[in-house]
Write a protein of this length. Structure first.
Length: 431
């Protein structure tokens, strides 16, 4: 009996070793999909053309590279900026052409591999906070132009700061497993049955613009939900919600005028919307500099996304006492700008009646604007935007919940109440 049990245990142990070996091989193989042959590369010798450099500078704006790779008050593209994630802090790398601490020793193939495959110049796996799951679609020509531009920025000797991630997320082994499960390098393939303008918009939204990095839900391991691209996503370390680009009750634009989308991305304001929070930063640092051709292409693609049905709000009517208190607060704190009937002032103060930023299911952004203030970005097309002051220091949590609950059900609006707990969570968010 003992010998039989020993043999059985040995068999199970051997099977476990075999399964483990197979899984290790699978992870290794999956992490080498579509890898370029780096043994054949040589240092770049040809000087980039002025046209290539100018193209790369524009593409760097489109990709908003500087925002993550420039520390506040620091040298441009020298890295060091901390990016908070649920797993710890990742620090942007030095992209200047410094040979010691930047990418001065890289060649164009290594840079391409970083964008397309998510590997550093030395082959180390990169964390997907650097959005290579989207950048993988960038064309080789655009990659080379970006690299040509980065070779022209002033070299800065500034060592890359080690990431502050919790174990096991800090290990390359865990990252390799994550990549095997959730990342596959893919090129952008234009759709033959679509126009050149539509395909250009798709390339910008899916690739260099990396819109899905914010506007898609993520699973517990931080991977994008592949079945729900662009359907909206929480930004937990920032305390904001990136609304769905499919749901016309949130930020979907199917059936709407393309000019509104172009205006919002170019100036930060449109007839029906104002960019605030993280989106205001994107407009300020990136989309206001996009060409009109690219903005129209983006609008064309976004308009053609399949819309999801607008969900009917199931919230009960606001408690009469809450509504009464909220109405009083609105009259004294808000009506002077937004109007007695929530009609706003065109081009100055946004309307609150029939405003989907007010009525969408997620009240997160509305709370943040009221607590911390709402500030549209300063752009060439709107250099002195109107802003809303913060009320988080003058109104307590109950008052904030009351006035927001009133606004979300006044003037024909139909949305759920806002609770004091939601206000508290917004106050406790990191940003």
């Amino acid at each position: 009996m003992t010998r039989s049990l020993w043999r059985h245990s040995a068999w199970i142990g051997s099977l476990l070793v075999l399964v483990s070996a197979v899984l290790v091989v699978m992870v290794v193989v999956l992490n080498q999909r579509d890898e370029p042959d780096m043994h054949a590369t040589v240092p770049d010798s040809a000087e980039p053309t002025m046209q290539q450099v100018e193209r790369g500078a524009y593409l760097a704006r489109v990709g908003n590279c500087r925002s993550c790779h420039t520390q506040p008050g620091g040298a441009e593209y020298a890295g060091g900026k901390g990016i908070a994630t649920p797993f710890g802090v990742v620090y942007g790398g030095n992209l200047t052409p410094d040979n010691k601490t930047g990418i001065g020793g890289w060649n164009a193939d290594q840079f391409w591999r970083a964008l397309h495959n998510g590997r550093s110049g030395d082959g180390r796996l990169l964390y997907p906070v650097f959005p290579y799951p989207q950048f993988t679609r960038i064309t080789r020509a655009d990659s080379d132009a970006l690299f040509a531009f980065l070779r022209t920025v002033p070299a800065v000797e500034q060592a890359n700061r080690p990431h502050a991630l919790r174990w096991p997320y800090s290990s390359q082994v865990a990252l390799a497993v994550w990549r095997a499960l959730f990342f596959q390098p893919v090129p952008f393939v234009p759709q033959a049955d679509q126009s050149a303008q539509w395909n250009r918009g798709a390339y910008l939204v899916q690739g260099l613009g990396h819109c899905a990095a914010c506007h898609s839900p993520r699973n517990a391991l931080g991977a994008l939900a592949a079945a729900e691209p662009l359907s909206g996503g929480d930004m937990p370390e920032q305390g904001w919600y990136a609304p769905s680009l499919l749901d016309t009750g949130e930020a979907g634009v199917a059936g709407g005028p393309a000019a509104d989308s172009v205006d919002l991305l170019k100036t930060g304001v449109s007839t029906h919307a104002v960019a605030s929070g993280p989106m205001a930063e994107v407009v300020f640092a990136s989309t206001q500099y996009w060409s009109d051709v690219d903005l129209r292409a983006t609008a064309t693609y976004l308009q053609d996304l399949p819309p999801t049905p607008v969900a009917e709000m199931e919230g009960a009517p606001v408690n009469p006492q809450v509504a009464q208190r909220g109405a009083g607060l609105y009259k004294h704190q808000c009506a002077q700008c937004h109007g007695e009937q929530g009609q706003g002032a065109p081009g100055v103060y946004p309307a609150l009646a029939a405003n989907r930023a007010v009525t969408m299911g997620h009240a997160t952004n509305l709370i943040q604007v009221l607590v911390r203030g709402g500030f549209a970005p300063a752009t060439a097309g709107n250099p002195r935007p109107y802003g809303m002051p913060p009320f988080g220091h003058t109104l307590n949590n109950r008052e904030l919940a009351d006035v927001l609950s009133y606004i979300r059900q006044a003037w024909g609006n139909k949305a759920t109440e806002v609770s004091e707990l939601e206000i508290l969570r917004a106050r406790d968010s990191r940003h």
